[in-house]
Design a protein around this ligand. Sequence first.
Ligand code: ATP
Length: 492
Amino acid sequence: MTKWNDQLDLLIKSRTPLILIRSKEEERVEILVKEATKRLSNRRLATWDYIDGLKGILNSDGLGSRQPIAVLQWLEKVDSSQPTILLAKDFNRFSDDAGIARMLKNLSTKLRNTSHTIILIASNWSPSSDLEECLTILDLPLPQENELRILLENISKASGSDLSNETLEELTHACSGLSEIRVRQVAARALAQRGKLSKNDLPEVLDEKRQAVARSEVLEYFETKATPADIGGLDALKVWLKQRHAAFSDDAREFGLPLPRGVLLIGPQGTGKSLTAKAIAHSWSMPLLRLDVGRLFAGLLGASEAKTRETIQYAESMAPCVLWIDEIDKGFGGDARSDGGTSQRVLANVLTWMAEKKTAVFVVATANGIDRMPGELLRKGRFDEIFLLDLPSHQERFKILELHINQRRPNLNIPIQAVVDRTEGFSGAELEQTVIEGMHHAFSEKRELLETDLILAATQLIPLSKTAKEQLDFLKDWASSGRARPASIKIT
Ligand code: ATP
């Protein structure tokens, strides 16, 4: 946080008239600004919110309550011999008020000749573009490990017990990604139940994080039991994934390997992309977070970037984890003319994060095609690798059918070669459907499943590859020029 504090000090000292601190943690921001005011000894601090009005200034308490313009007018008149920092909440509620926007813009020039600073605090506010020009934006990161350590130590001491170094480290690590308020809440619950902080609180901390993820609305915490053994075929992809998993270890860091970044899986519907994302998370024992790109763009115009930042923070707080960006092509393939460039900006944020991230967040992005895919995503180096998941080969179809029969009728041993022959062009999902349909048939006749049931089911299903042949050929053509690796091992 020292760096963040330094940044804030520098902005105030260099007479930056308007600062926007983006954070949900009002209390923490207030403490940090108070500390900054102390460090810059010659300034005084005034706070304002819509209900209580001005606070911290003798004889002006309550001024400007329910009148945001009045508090700005007040500051305008304060003599420059009394350098003042005005920490103002709730201004984001008045983004559409022309008078307030004008007043802020005027002050952004006038205050330069004084040592007054207005610090606005808001979490989800994206000011209009001309107001944004006048604002210097400072994002407050969630509490860093050293802050969390001090916080937990203080809470524990206040409760009359000391934490061993080992427990303190474990709790600190577990709390990373939670806001200060959330840490205090978990601690308060623990103290109420057990009278002290201990390792027993770890599951609750994890649960708090899950809830934070759920509240984000953009991320979904996905419980899964899938493993690579549930995937038929895709052997080249499986070998690659095994290698990457090993690269998360400390030994790999010592060896000089970078943390794996992620993989892009492209392929027609039902070829096992989602199944692979789930299998990676479960077999690597990492939580799986599914990002709903549509929700990033839903709601207020301009809020998407704030939501993206928050989402990234949540994902990082769950590290090591797998971040699954489903249908990335559809999500980010927005038209700049219709969305004012929002999807491009959000994509740029995500790409910068992916390039710079130092946390163990493995991104698994999935897409059906490349026609709507922004070119930046396909450029080399964005992902560790791009894989094309083609329709399953003869041998893969055998394995997939076998898998799905075994999952449902574990002790059944029936020949399936003829179904395999008749299902060319079927996706994994369509093969699964064939098994289910065949089972319905057998069940309705009150007997065991036979190969003929499967053959009948296969003849009744029109595989998507028939209708989407052109699209598939295009994809294969594109991949064959070396831009994506085949996920399956070719048997010649
Ligand atoms: P979409 O593009 O429509 O999201 P997808 O490629 O993500 O499709 P999945 O959702 O993974 O496809 O596949 C649907 C189901 O089909 C899986 O849950 C699984 O039961 C079955 N399936 C697909 N591919 C395979 C495979 N290679 N091995 C075993 N089962 C498979």
